[in-house]
Design a protein around this ligand. Sequence first.
Ligand SMILES: C[S@@+](CC[C@H](N)C(=O)[O-])C[C@H]1O[C@@H](n2cnc3c(N)ncnc32)[C@H](O)[C@@H]1O
Length: 263
Amino acid sequence: MSKTIKETIITDYTAIALYAAQQGANAQRDTICKPIYDPIDADYKQKAGYIDEVNLGLGCGFPFDHATIKEGDVVVDLGCGAGIDTFITATRVGESGKVIGIDLTEKLLQYAAYFAKKKGIGNVAFQQADMERIPLKENCVDVVLSNGVFSLTSDLDKVLSEIYRILKPGGTLSFSDMTCKGSFTKPVLNNMIYFTGCLNGISTQESYLQALQRAGFQSIELVEERIIPIPADIIETSPDPDEYKELQDGTRCFIVSTITCKK
Ligand SMILES: C[S@@+](CC[C@H](N)C(=O)[O-])C[C@H]1O[C@@H](n2cnc3c(N)ncnc32)[C@H](O)[C@@H]1O
């Protein structure tokens, strides 16, 4: 029987956690999401609360910079991985606030919790859960952040309805993820999925915006776009002359999008 996407995620991200624990975060950053992560490396390292040991090179944007996060806020970092954004956000909510990192992969959470204890950071908590069934009450969270995670679900509507449920009225969702503009032939799409490490596929910006509307979110804004250059050898795999031309002139492209919205 073939593995489900969630089983694949747990296997792959457990391997990432173990590799980082053995070889160090720096070695891990050289692996899976490098083409997406590398261009933001220098900026990440300037953020207050940045911890190099938990930076496994898995993020694709800075969703925490696009949400108004106040002292005392309760923030959820959905698909927190080893907690890089959780720790950065912890400096913004202060001692009276709290950041809850939620992830499917237990080993990444253990890695994050180890560094929380080692660095004496008390305003974070890590919880193992599926983002399709978030174990929190309704209307209890000020901000939900997510970085490079939504593209890993096969039920985005369920994830967004869960986020909507836990957010307080007026609360903010801010997320970054790989997206695309236009349609692609199988060879180009599959090669880009492999190249970017987006296991479950890459959806259009439009499909994210529509899903947010369906979930009931308001003030939906595309706040940042970063184009991921398509390697020439992937463009060469295109069997369609129109696609080939539009990949070269950028009409069809792959973009890290950061989107914000409110409940
Ligand atoms: C590309 S990594 C991003 C990690 C982190 N946000 C960062 O920026 O470093 C994707 C993360 O999503 C988690 N994930 C995937 N599917 C999930 C699900 N259904 N529920 C919770 N977490 C999930 C994975 O375990 C992994 O840690």
